[in-house]
Design a protein around this ligand. Sequence first.
Ligand code: BG6
Length: 492
Amino acid sequence: QLTGLTTIIVLGASGDLAKKKTYPALFGLYRNGLLPEGTTIIGYARSSLSLQEFHSRLLDFAKLPNDQIKGQFMEFLKHCTYISGQYDKDEDYRRLNKAVEEAELTGEDGNKNRVFYMALPPSVFIPVAHGIKKNLYSAKGINRLIVEKPFGMDLESSRKLGRALAPLWKEEEVCLPFVPEKGITYRIDHYLGKEMVKNLLIIRFANVFFGAIWNRQSISNVQITFKEKIGTEGRGGYFDEFGIIRDVMQNHLLQILSIVAMERPLSLNSEDVRDEKVRVLRCIPPVKMDDVILGQYTKSEDGTKPGYLDDKTVPPGSNCPTFAAATLWINNERWEGVPFILKCGKALNEQKTEIRVQFQNVPGNVFKNAPRNELVIRVQPGEAVYMKMTNKLPGLSMDTVISELDLTYHRRFSELNIPDAYEALILDVLKGDHSNFVRNDELDAAWKVFTPILHQIDNEKINPVPYAYGTRGPEKLDEFVASYGFKRASEE
Ligand code: BG6
């Protein structure tokens, strides 16, 4: 935990991410008494806004269900100031530094820690990292830097970014002897802060029965699905440069996969956990085009929702995929031959992220209807863990029925609050816990899986297949998934 006084500097404070995620998460921590005593939050961005204008932007977006919480939010705003300036001007950073020093005057003598949160487009990561290094490093405390994705476009650009940041911000969790001018980087993948993703380690390694069946002998296939109902609405400019594989699959879904598939870590120490994640990622060969489907959404069937290419921020004729399904293979003793099917898309029929582990058929089955068992971990919305199992249909027959061992959170843990992913991750940064952040070699291994196919898609201008806004995705999806042995329970 940080000792002394802490200032949080949000770079890109007037942007969407800061408004929708960073500030609400900081407020959540404040409200629960989890920000260090005396913390000041200084927003910095190019937009020239008065403090009042800045506060009203935050207020407009905050979801404040009652007067008591509204009162707390108004108190929180008293700790939030705003400075406008450019990302490449030393004099602007010096003004920001002055504001930080003034905030630090309020504290007693002791450490003056600074947490820099880059809620910024990648084009300014490097100039900002330099600007901070030159003008804003605290010589009297701990410096921590939080960076948001995208971490490059492919393996090479990601390494380039890493090399540019490395002399300024290092990765190690503990730096002894303490070198104040070497700050520490936290690379955020916010899916790692989600309650059910954090639960994966516990489900897998704290339950003896899962330990015994978590392998190719018992598991037929694993599906990891991310579905959103909304299209790119207004974010077409950013999205079109990256596409769904870079936006969601290479990071969020592959991170989930690595925890589903990793070996038991030596301990919960962040390096031990991340060592195992890297090890399993390195067993995944690059994805092949034969194992991929790409889609792009068109107008909805009733014509009320626009197609991707109707978005004014999208370049005409773009072949950027808004949907992708890809099957990954893990060449190790535990998983050889088990398909891991990742699916993600925008403008689909529902919003849902889940992990579905489908077990093998029951060997020597004597019942007419005993479909495969399935473990489902619902990440969002409506967090749940349930196991589909075959049960006797109550009554005088020996008929079977598929039922569920059901741990739906809103029923089981209704009195407990599920923290937002960003809240959990910012708290980790304050505590100096790296476990749920992406390490350099992990990022490298993740890019190696997807870089060849991303280049192939770009170079060969591979066209995605169309699917209508609000549907389940490309028509051939079910066939694709079935070709890897996935069976719907009702089909058996
Ligand atoms: C972001 C992607 O990383 O995650 C977005 O850039 C996506 O395209 C978002 O919508 C999903 O996050 P969440 O937490 O809303 O599921």
